[in-house]
Design a protein around this ligand. Structure first.
Ligand SMILES: [Ca+2]
Ligand SMILES: [Ca+2]
Length: 176
């Protein structure tokens, strides 16, 4: 069993490195999510983020916004998951999470009917603005980390299954 898990972890690492991300993914302890840079126009970047198991980043609060600036810098325009593709001026995250925080460069001037795709770092560190589809070539992907169980979880699961098996094979006891 241990060898199998080691193999799975090895395959995950190899696959992860060969996927559409830039370098080693970065873990955010506050959100418990992984992040990495993805390439392309907004649609391509979102598809690359999906390949990594997530979406373009959903910025849920100021703390996550600050972490993104600290981690990825404020000198590059990065696609985020926000868009109003479905309905003009009705902004949604590609992750499906509700819009709980906004960081527009200008509150009165983001209602463009021209562009549906939002990037950050335009007009100030982390600030959001709408861009034409190929006006930026980088995005930030965010995804959940629970696809590979932690070793401690595996040990607990193994112990639990062993205990269950022992209990079920005890003579004279109904298994239900
Ligand atoms: Ca998030
Ligand atoms: Ca629009």
């Amino acid at each position: 069993m241990k060898k199998l898990y080691l193999l799975l972890i090895f395959l995950f690492i190899v696959f992860g490195l060969s996927a559409s991300g830039n370098a080693a993914p970065i873990y955010n302890q506050s959100t418990g999510h992984m992040y990495d840079i993805v390439f392309g126009d907004w649609v391509t970047a979102e598809n690359n983020a999906i390949t990594l198991g997530g979406h373009l980043v959903t910025i849920n609060d100021q703390a996550e916004q600050d972490w993104l600036i600290d981690t990825f810098g404020s000198n590059t325009f990065y696609w985020i998951g926000l868009n109003d593709i479905v309905s003009d001026n009705h902004y949604e995250w590609t992750s499906g999470e509700p819009v709980t925080f906004t960081n527009w460069e200008r509150e009165d001037d983001h209602n463009s009917d021209k562009f549906d795709w939002i990037s950050m770092n335009y007009g100030g560190a982390g600030k959001w603005n709408y861009f034409c589809l190929n006006c930026a070539s980088f995005g930030i992907a965010e995804w959940q980390t629970n696809s590979v169980p932690e070793p401690a979880t595996l040990i607990l699961m193994g112990a639990g299954l062993t205990a269950l098996a022992v209990w079920r094979t005890r003579p004279g006891l109904k298994s239900e």
